[in-house]
Write a protein that binds this ligand. Structure first.
Ligand code: ADP
Length: 161
């Protein structure tokens, strides 16, 4: 029985995240997508908005749940009975960070393993920060985020911009 957590900021969720979610949900019995607040980053979307968008774009994936992670990832995984953490890796700099986090999470939890999925070739240069930059210049987001995300971001931009 594989219960996995895929944590991230998802500010906003991109096609790269969605690709990892689909591939991980095909391997796991249950996949929890965990929305983390990052104290070092100022976010574009609130945690509630990020959760809502993730629920919308994963609504057809039956074994996927979306939740907010308030405390430490390792503790959250244990509370949920998850035995695996999923992370996506785009390049060597992701790998260095992810490798360190994986070791620390293993030290903290004892038995929660991290599985890395390599980004699909079309997504290796895609990041939430690139999407936020394109949005700031009101650029075309069609290639980078699902339709529901684009609609939400454009509406937010118009309201606040
Ligand atoms: P964090 O702030 O925790 O890195 P992100 O939302 O930026 O959160 O990313 C969550 C996870 O998804 C990370 O493992 C990251 O490496 C991975 N990821 C981000 N963008 C992509 C992408 N384009 N393709 C594959 N994985 C990605």
């Amino acid at each position: 029985m594989l219960k996995a957590v895929y944590p991230g900021s998802f500010d906003p969720v991109t096609n790269g995240h969605l690709d990892i979610i689909k591939r991980a949900s095909a391997m796991a019995d249950t996949l929890i997508v965990g929305v983390c607040g990052n104290p070092n980053k100022q976010s574009l979307l609130t945690a509630d908005e990020r959760v809502e968008l993730l629920r919308e774009v994963t609504k057809n994936l039956e074994n996927v749940e979306v939740m907010e992670i308030e405390g430490m990832l390792g503790e959250f995984a244990k509370e949920q009975g998850a035995n695996v953490i999923i992370r996506g890796v785009r390049d060597i700099s992701d790998f260095i960070n992810e490798f360190q986090r994986a070791i620390i999470n293993k030290q903290l939890t004892g038995d929660v393993e991290t599985i890395f999925l390599a980004a699909s070739p079309e997504n290796i240069t895609l990041s939430s920060s690139a999407v936020r930059e394109i949005l700031a210049f009101d650029g075309n987001l069609d290639m980078f985020v699902p339709e529901a995300v684009k609609a939400k971001l454009k509406a937010k931009n118009e309201r606040e911009g």
